[in-house]
Each structure stands twice: as C-alpha cells, then as structure tokens.
Ligand binder design. Structure first.
Ligand code: ATP
Ligand code: K
Ligand code: MG
Length: 670
C-alpha cells in the first residue's frame, strides 16, 4: 500500500509520495519533478507529459493542454469561449451542451470529452508512480481549485476512475498547502490561533485562503479566487505586445499562423521568467514566419507597466478572503506565497503593500500542493501512521435544497450548507410526504460562483413508498457534503412511530450519532424541517426507500465504464507502438554489434565469402531502417532480426564451440 498526492496543474503536474523518511516528489521519465499537463496524439500513438509537450509544435491541432480549464464546463460559457480562443485544438459542443475535443488519430476522427483527456493525464501520472514504486497504486489524494463546482469535482472522480485511481479525497489546493505548512510546525503560539494567508498563483488562476492553526489542528476560515488570472495572462501581455510590434516591424501577423503563435507564446513565457531575475530580456526567434527572423527586447519596468491591470486584480481575491475570514490585517501572522506564477517580483511587491508585510517564500512554491495531498492521503490511509492533525475545510459555495414544494425550510431559505461553514457535514431533513417526490440540490448564490457557471447541481427521485404506508408519512432524508466537497442524498427513510422496542433503541442511537456530526442550524416548526436535535425516547420504526440521483451534465456509470474501456484500448495501442520501437531498436543494435564482432572477435570463424555476405546484409538492413523500414510493424522487425540471426548463428556457434574447447583445455591443464 502506498499513499500518493497528485497536483494536476494547467501547466504542470506534480506527484508526491509519502515514504519512510518523509514526503518525496517523484521524477518523471525525463528526470523532471514537474510533468507538463499535455496530451498529444502523434501519428500512431499518444504522447503524454514531457513527450506530449515536445510534440506540440509538430502536432498543434492534436495537442491538448490546459484541459483542466474545460472540465465540467459548458461549451457556451463566456469564460470557456475565451479560453478556447487561446487553444489550437478543435472543439465543439456536445449534445448536452458540454465540450468535445475533436481530432484525427489513426486515420479516424475522434471526439473526446475533457474528462477522457484528463483520464489520460491521470493514467500517465499513475504509470510514472507505479514505475517508481514498483507496485500498482490506486489510493490517492488529488488537489483541486477551491472554486470547482460539484460537477467539476465529480468529473475529476470520473477521470480518476477511468485511469484506475481511487481518490480518497479531492482536496482544495490551498488546504493541501496549508496542511503541509502546518503539520510539522512546532512554533505556533500557545495563546490563541496563528492565522496565515496562503496565496497560490498558478498558470491560469489565483487562489487565496486564510487558515488558522493551533497545535494539532487547522481550520480554513475562508477561500477566495480569481478563476481567470494567472501566469498565462502575463504571457499574453507580452504576446500581444510583440505580436503588434512584429506586425509593424516585420509585416507578419502571427495570429494567422498557428506554429508562429505557439513559438511566440513560448518565447514570451521564457522572457517573463527571465524578467523575474533580470532587469531586461531579449527575444530572438529564427524563422518565425515568412522566413523572417525576429528580434525583440523589453525592460522589466515596461513589462510591469503593461501588466498593471493584472497586478491590481490580484488584490481582489486577497481582499475577499480577508473579509470573509472576519480577521483584521493585524491578526494575520504571515502571508505565504506559492504557485510558480507568483515568481514575478512585481506580484510580491503588490502583495507586500496590500498585506503590509513581506510575503513569505519558505514553502516550495511548485510542490506544496502535491506534498500536502500526499500527507492527507497518508492520514486517510489505515496503514500509515502520521502525526495527529485535524484538518477542517470550509464550504466554498452555499448549497441549497428544494423539494417539489419549493425550498426546504431553513432559517436561510433553503440553504443547507452555507458558505464558510466546515465540511464534510451531514444534515438530516425531515419532510412529510404521501408518495414519492423530487428534490433538487443547487447553488444558492450565483454571485459566489465563477462567471457564468450554472446553479443547478443534481436532482433526486425519492421513492416509491411501499403501499402499507398511509397518508403523509414522515420522511427523513440524509444529505451529505462529503470529503470531496460533493453534495448528495445518502439515504431516505420512512419513519413511523411504532411499538417495537429493539428497533427503537437502534434507531435512536444512530440518529444522535448523525446529529452530532451536523452543525447546528435551528430546526423550524414546519412541514419540512432540518432536524438537528436527537429525538431520544420515541418509538420509531424506520424503512429505507430508494433514492435515485441524476447529476446535471454528469456521466452515468455506464459512460464511465465505457470510457475506461476506451482508455485501455488507447493504452494498448501506445504499448504496441512502444514495443515496435523497442524491436526496431533491437534490430539496429544487432546490426552494430555484429558489424563490430565480424571485424574482431568472429573474424577468423567466417570464410571470406561469409564475411562479404554478412557485411552486405548488415549494410542493407541499416539502409532499410532509415528508408522503407523506418516505420514498420513489430512483426516485420522481428522477422528481420531472425533473418540476420540465421546468417550469424553458424558463425557464432563456431566461435562458441572454439571457446568451449579452449576452456576445456585450460581446465585439463590446471
Ligand atoms: P494552475 O494552478 O493554474 O492549474 P499550475 O499549477 O500548472 O497551474 P504553476 O506550475 O504553479 O501552475 O505555475 C505555472 C506558471 O508559473 C506559468 O505561467 C509559468 O510561466 C510561471 N512561472 C514559472 N517560473 C516562473 C518565473 N521564474 N517567473 C515568472 N513566472 C514563472
Ligand atoms: K502545479
Ligand atoms: Mg497549481
């Protein structure tokens, strides 16, 4: 059993594993600690991660990056449309308003959902992990943005299932960072809590959370975010600047040329990084477009001037998180800055002036999310012993419930899980119904959500009731906001007051247990109510009735299973291509090996004619490998290898016989 944490970024993925001596970040096939979040479909196989990123320029239309942006989104959302403008792969709207990625692969047109593409990334990360640990894995904890909706969270679970992973928790990025920061810290003051602000600026988003630490305990007080503000927006500032400049200076319009825009964007990202450490940066791109080499140059001040609006926007979520935490600036102990997008010096300056103190940079900015997730995974796993540390997260968006009759009656008009309250959490609803009925979960406040996101979550059919139940039965509905931040109706039961004593005792105890977990919304005297008080001493009979869930825009179990099957097929093709490559390499190595041997060790064991035939064959095979044989099947390479071996075996045998004889003679002489 091993415990793994994954950070799936828009740009980079990080894998962390808890090992004997602490948390390790794993190296990928290229010995890098970060793996690009890229899936590329080359001619005959998929290239994921570093290989995918390397093939982007060759296969711009079938290389998919930043897929996290499209998970659980609708095609027509304004933010989605804005993102799609930056991407070079083709997309279209699916029958249910979702997104499909369309591309040509193996001579056919394929349409993949973002969840499938994410599943491919997960598969790759799983492979890297299994290779490193040398054992199969499935348990993991995966970082997610705090602004992910219910649908996006479910989509992550589906993608993980497609890859054969089992997330024990989807964990908010900043919560994971805070956990890694707090769990081994021993210098928290003994009087009162230590409050820390975490600011994570990634490639596409900015997240801020305020956490409160006491020894052995951590509580998230608030989350805030800008879902569309990250390193990529700073790249875009440079991109627009140079695109305009090159148009004027060289008369080329990179917007009309995919490869040119990919290369210019990559150059701008590089330039931005140079500007983090230098006062100025040059740009040189050979043959960018129309066979023109381009040169550019910018000073850090100019870049900061161009980025002023972006820099100011970063303070908005900071302001919000602080306000929602209910803390004054003076009560903040420190500000910790993470996410590689935050490495721009002007960002640090801006935050320093906003929080009136220098932000700390003690946390590993690119690995903290994965490390925190790995720790959480260890804490959730029964086989690992980790320091006792309680993590209490906070509900990012208020969630309400309604039934056929309208909002469930609560003091806050149908809001069951108010924003800012701790989760996971369970609520028991008490309703009076005479037959099966319908319930809806929804986001109660559109203004809390990212731009244009639907407030619909899921709907539930509860029933049918058994015929033995008469008019207006009392129904208890158990609603849960689980560890992933996903809401669902866990169960529903019909309650009748009955005489059966043994049933009674059991029921009363389980009810009070449930209520102990729930937080204390006062019950309302009405037909519908949120039950929070344990009702001891009543004679209660309980009968479970079916609950049928359907999630707006979600995948069915069958669809997930089909996607997993499809993923296996695609992986099989990739494997086949890997085996083919290996076989081809084997032919090539054999040619070199035998050429060397026939000139040296085997020289005296072959006749002149044999040597000539063999040399000719080796040369022919080598030429063939570079020409007609460059792209053959595994069996063709195998055959080729066998043919060569047939030529060589007699000579090799003579050599070995002689070796054996010589050895026997040596033994005799001993
Ligand atoms: P997200 O959190 O949005 O999903 P991510 O986790 O992949 O994305 P990070 O790896 O935290 O994002 O950050 C990537 C961003 O950091 C990129 O925009 C990259 O250009 C930027 N970046 C990396 N190094 C530097 C640097 N030295 N100076 C400025 N920006 C940098
Ligand atoms: K990352
Ligand atoms: Mg990130």
């Amino acid at each position: 059993m091993s415990v793994v944490g994954f950070d799936i970024g828009n740009e980079n993925c990080v894998i962390a594993v808890v090992k004997q001596r602490g948390v390790d970040v794993l190296l990928n096939d290229e010995s890098k600690r970060e793996t690009p979040a890229v899936v590329s479909f080359s001619e005959k196989q998929r290239l994921v991660g570093s290989a995918g990123a390397a093939s982007a320029l060759m296969n711009p239309k079938s290389t998919i990056s930043q897929i996290k942006r499209l998970i659980g989104r609708k095609f027509k959302e304004v933010d989605v449309q804005n993102d799609l403008k930056l991407f070079h792969f083709e997309t279209c709207e699916s029958h249910d308003g979702g997104i499909l990625v369309r591309l040509r692969y193996l001579g056919e047109t394929h349409a993949f959902t973002p969840v499938q593409i994410l599943g491919m990334l997960f598969s790759n990360l799983k492979q890297i992990t299994e290779k490193d640990l040398n054992m199969p894995i499935s348990d993991c904890v995966i970082g997610i943005p705090c602004y992910f909706t219910d649908l996006q969270r479910r989509a992550y679970l589906d993608a993980a299932a497609i890859a054969g992973l089992k997330p024990l928790r989807l964990m908010h990025d900043c919560t994971a960072t805070a956990l890694g920061y707090g769990i081994y810290k021993t210098d928290f003051s003994n009087v009162g809590a230590t409050n820390v602000v975490f600011v994570d600026i990634g490639h596409c988003d900015t997240q801020v959370c305020v956490a409160s630490f006491e020894s052995g305990h951590m509580k998230i007080l608030s989350h805030a975010f800008d879902a569309s503000l990250g390193g990529r927006d700073f790249d875009e500032v440079l991109f627009c600047y140079f695109a305009a400049q090159f148009k004027e200076q060289y008369n080329i319009d990179v917007y009309t040329n995919i490869k040119a825009s990919i290369r210019l964007r990559a150059s701008c990202e590089k330039m931005k990084k140079v500007l983090s450490a230098n006062a100025e940066a040059p740009m040189n791109i050979e043959c960018l477009m129309d066979e023109k080499d381009v040169k550019g140059f910018i000073k850090r001040e100019e870049f900061e001037q161009l980025s002023l609006v972006l820099l100011e926007r970063i303070s908005v979520p900071c302001q919000k998180a602080l306000a929602d935490s209910g803390l004054a600036l003076e009560s903040i102990h420190s500000v910790e800055l993470v996410g590689s997008g935050s490495r721009i010096p002007a960002i640090t300056r801006m935050l320093a002036s906003f929080f009136k103190r220098e932000p700390g940079r003690t946390i590993n900015a690119s690995e903290c999310v994965a490390r925190g997730c790995a720790l959480q995974c260890a804490m959730l796993s029964p086989v690992f012993r980790v320091r006792e540390f309680e993590v209490q997260d906070s509900v990012p968006f208020s969630i309400g419930f309604s039934s056929d009759k309208g909002p469930i009656c609560t003091p806050s008009n149908g809001v069951l899980f108010p924003k800012g309250k701790p989760f996971p959490s369970v609520k028991i609803l008490s309703l009076h119904r005479s037959s099966s009925f319908h319930m809806e979960a929804f986001y109660a406040d559109q203004s809390e959500l990212p731009n244009g996101v639907s407030t619909q979550i899921s709907s539930y059919m509860i029933g049918p009731f058994p015929s033995s139940f008469g008019e207006k039965a009392k129904v208890k509905v158990r609603v849960q906001l689980n560890l992933h931040g996903i809401v669902n109706v866990q169960s529903a039961s019909l309650i009748s007051e009955s005489m059966d004593d043994s049933e009674t005792r059991r029921d009363a105890s389980s009810t009070s247990e449930v209520n102990a977990k729930s937080d204390h919304t006062p019950a309302v005297a009405n037909d519908d109510e949120v039950v929070d008080k344990a009702r001891k001493g009543k004679n209660i009979k309980r009968l479970e009735i079916p609950v049928d869930e359907s999630v707006y825009g979600g995948m069915t179990k069958t669809e997930v299973a089909d996607a997993a099957q499809k993923e296996l097929q695609l992986a099989e093709q990739d494997l086949k291509m890997e085996r083919t490559k290996d076989k081809k390499n084997a032919v090539e190595s054999y040619v070199y090996e035998m050429r060397e041997k026939i000139l040296n060790a085997y020289r005296n064991f072959a006749t002149e004619t044999e040597r000539e035939i063999i040399s000719r064959n080796l040369q022919e095979t080598e030429d063939w490998l570079y020409e007609d044989g460059d792209d053959e099947t595994e069996s063709v390479y195998s055959e080729k290898l066998e043919d060569l071996k047939k030529l060589f075996d007699p000579i090799e045998n003579r050599y070995k016989e002689e070796e054996a004889r010589a050895e026997a003679t040596r033994d005799l002489l001993k």
